[in-house]
Ligand binder design. Sequence first.
Ligand code: HEC
Ligand code: HEC
Ligand code: HEC
Ligand code: HEC
Ligand code: HEC
Length: 331
Amino acid sequence: MRNIQIGIVAIMAIWGKLIFVLAINSQSNHLGYDDIQRAFKKGRCQSCHPSIWREWERSFHAKAWTDPIYQQAASQIPNREATCDPCHAPEPVLSTGLGKMPKLRDADRESGVSCLSCHMDQNGTMHGPEGSLPAGFHGDMINPNYAQDPMLLCATCHGQAHVMVHNQVSSFRQSQAKQQNKNCATCHMPAIIRKQSLQSYTAIEGRKHTWRGSRSKSLLKQSAKLSIQRSDEQVTVTVINETGHILPGDGLRAVILEVSFGNQKERQVFCAEIDTDRLKIKQELRLKEDEVKQVDFTIPLDEPVSAKLFYRFLPTTPEKEWLQIAEATAP
Ligand code: HEC
Ligand code: HEC
Ligand code: HEC
Ligand code: HEC
Ligand code: HEC
């Protein structure tokens, strides 16, 4: 008797599962995880989303693996497959979980942080903002972690507590920019109105996939304000961090203040001191979010003062290649 009961329960369970599977399949004939990966490699994403593809292809997300500066740095790290590579060639982050440490991909590492790294879930469905029509080619799912606020998506790689050298999210969380409802995309993915794909009929608001960073001179010029206040011999030079996060955002960079008067030149370096064989921060001397840094001098009345702010890309960047990002003078 008991065996028969178990048998019936088992049959019902199997039927239930079958009906469930059939229901899913009749709802969507979309490609699954492996098919989408093949489609990406064959260039299908590019064929329907050419503008976004072009922007991504030139961005440092596309180059996150091939970037020679990255490869050089990672080659110094004994256990790079565990400590470095997972963020530079990640499995789709929706499949590991937003905010969790990414997993290293086996295949196709050359495509770095790819479309699939950011958009695809474990079923091959693309998550993103609300569109103008169903995608058709692939499954689509509206997910507020894209258009509404992508911070958690970005935090997966730009906010790991054990990788402070690449962490902008921790400082951003305390910033005025966050209080003013700005997010990572506000400054790094400028808004644009266009058709999302070649199959779309209507242009709607989306965002450029350019991720301008410290290689963009125009963005760097927005990173800080520099001014000089003088009353007689008392001179105060003020630097204000306007990035919404720690400045410079990456631990390998530096911002250098140079103040000149008479035949003197005073310098102050805002950077992190890094342990190169692990990329850990030994000492933090960067400007905090919204920090107002004031440096005082006593300077003879007949000596005019000038101040310059430079951006140094890497510790090895020669002085003549430092980029001037702001300037101020006082008579
Ligand atoms: C045959 C055309 C076609 C191909 C190929 C295609 N897409 Fe789409 N995709 C669309 C359409 C249509 C939309 C909806 C656009 C709109 O709303 O205007 C869309 C929307 C999207 C969205 C926005 C979120 C969503 O799902 O609605 C993402 C992300 C996306 N596609 C990524 C990709 C990626 C990655 C690939 C390559 C694996 C790809 N697409 C290949 C047609 C295509
Ligand atoms: C680093 C993560 C990331 C990568 C890589 C990425 N996207 Fe996006 N994508 C986003 C975010 C965030 C949005 C939401 C932008 C917004 O607010 O509209 C988005 C939006 C979209 C949209 C909707 C249109 C729009 O501009 O909002 C499409 C379509 C899309 N992405 C396709 C792609 C394709 C195709 C690729 C690869 C060529 C790609 N994405 C790579 C993060 C990413
Ligand atoms: C899956 C991991 C991952 C995610 C998610 C991600 N990034 Fe990145 N991002 C990287 C890596 C790795 C690099 C460094 C590439 C390199 O080697 O230069 C990078 C570089 C950048 C840069 C610097 C580009 C340059 O020119 O130097 C910016 C800006 C940036 N990301 C912004 C964002 C924003 C905004 C988001 C969220 C919408 C985001 N990223 C999501 C991994 C990620
Ligand atoms: C948690 C994810 C993550 C891990 C782990 C990680 N990186 Fe990165 N890496 C990034 C992101 C994100 C950027 C983009 C700049 C930033 O956010 O500071 C980046 C940028 C870089 C850059 C600058 C490249 C350029 O051209 O500007 C170098 C070099 C680098 N990483 C080396 C390493 C090394 C070496 C390791 C291992 C010790 C490592 N990274 C581990 C996420 C990561
Ligand atoms: C108010 C505008 C603003 C907001 C909001 C903002 N950033 Fe930035 N970000 C900048 C500016 C300006 C720079 C260039 C100066 C620097 O290196 O910090 C920068 C630099 C960066 C860099 C360094 C790129 C490199 O090449 O070294 C990364 C990575 C980055 N931001 C990621 C993020 C992430 C992730 C968020 C969200 C948590 C975010 N940013 C929010 C303005 C902003």
